[in-house]
Design a protein around this ligand. Structure first.
Ligand SMILES: Cc1ncc(C[n+]2csc(CCOP(=O)(O)OP(=O)(O)O)c2C)c(N)n1
Length: 336
């Protein structure tokens, strides 16, 4: 029996709710940005939500994920509250990092989001380092590292995969292949057959799968997680998907894509797909769908009100948390 087959109806409904919440959050953030309601330029993941939900659902709290600049869903599923995320979009002190950074760099190691990065690919080796730390601490936790097809062309990708392969580290590389790096199609930055086959060169499995199928992603990640926790090493998962909006909100999709291509992918939308599947299997009803939509809408409006009422960061806190206090270990190790 597959891992996905072992999910209960309650699990499936929860996964569906995450998908709806992430989409609604990002759509609302785009609206707010267009009306100058928030400053941060949204880089939406609309169309890619099944990857984050499938990958993060079932992880332990201690497992660390490193989201790409587009893996919004990882923050939700790992438990960062909607209010905190929205306050971050408003750069308020109740938000992540107390409003002093963009959401690209949001992290909460206590909940298992080590750190995000707006520098594409840079977090790959950081995640591998975290996996090495788990190994040295003799803990069977793991790391999930998210990045795009463009980021996979950087040296960090090869360095990170090579190191993880040599030391059989507990890390799952989740490549979100949405067909584009900013406006550059994959065909213009990669001549290989697929990204998954690169893993073979580093001595571990690489699998290409449908990233719009939340249960396929869940199954692949759980399989890779069992391998990682057993000390058998990393896995590369190339999740094929499509970004339904432009690279960011000042880059409308109609200006950089064939709309026939966009429409074809919208017809394969991961949320509609799961909804139809659950309806057909009798796990949810039309009434249930409406209830989820209403609950999610209320949760987002509550988060917006919370963010609007919150204070901006204090000027005196500008340099807070930028520098670590000097530790005695560093002093002892320093050469004179
Ligand atoms: C090191 C670095 N180079 C360039 C950029 C500018 N940049 C931001 S996103 C992006 C494209 C990333 O493509 P991909 O990794 O495929 O992720 P996607 O945006 O498609 O999710 C680029 C080039 C950056 N943030 N960091």
């Amino acid at each position: 029996m597959s891992y996905a087959d072992q999910l209960t109806e309650k699990d499936l409904i929860q996964m569906y709710r995450w998908l709806v919440l992430i989409r609604a959050f990002e759509d609302r953030v785009c609206e707010l940005w267009a009306k100058a309601g928030i400053m941060e330029l949204p880089h939406g993941s609309q169309g890619q939500e099944a990857i984050a939900v499938g990958a993060c659902y079932g992880l332990r709290r201690e497992d660390q994920v490193l989201p790409s600049l587009r893996t919004r869903g990882a923050f939700f599923v790992k438990g960062i509250p909607t209010r905190v995320q929205m306050a971050g979009m408003f750069n308020k002190r109740t938000g992540a990092a107390e409003g002093r950074t963009s959401s690209h760099h949001m992290g909460d190691a206590g909940r298992g989001v080590l750190v995000g990065s707006g520098i594409i690919g840079a977090s790959i080796t950081v995640g591998v380092g975290a996996a090495l730390a788990f190994r040295l601490q003799r803990k069977d936790h793991l790391v999930v590292n998210f990045f795009g097809d463009g980021a996979a062309q950087r040296g960090d990708f090869h360095e990170g995969l090579n190191f993880a392969g040599v030391f059989k580290l507990p890390v799952i590389f989740v490549l979100e292949n949405n067909g584009f790096a900013e406006m550059t199609p994959v065909s213009k930055h990669f001549a290989g057959p697929d990204f998954a086959c690169r893993a073979e060169g580093y001595g571990f499995p690489g699998i290409r799968l449908d990233g719009n199928d939340v249960l396929a992603v869940y199954d692949a990640v759980q399989t890779a997680a069992a391998r990682a926790r057993a000390g058998e090493g990393p896995t590369l998962l190339e999740c094929v998907t499509y970004r339904q909006r432009g690279h960011c909100e000042n880059n409308p999709i109609a200006t950089c894509r064939e709309m026939s291509e966009v429409e074809a992918w919208r017809a394969r939308d991961p949320i509609a797909r799961m909804r139809n599947d659950l309806l057909q299997r009798g796990i949810i009803t039309g009434e249930h769908v409406a209830t989820v939509d209403a609950e999610v809408g209320a949760e987002i409006e509550d988060a917006i009100a919370f963010a609007e009422e919150s204070l901006p960061p204090a000027v005196d806190d500008l340099c807070k948390d930028v520098y670590a206090a000097e530790s005695s270990e560093l002093v002892v190790g320093r050469r004179s």
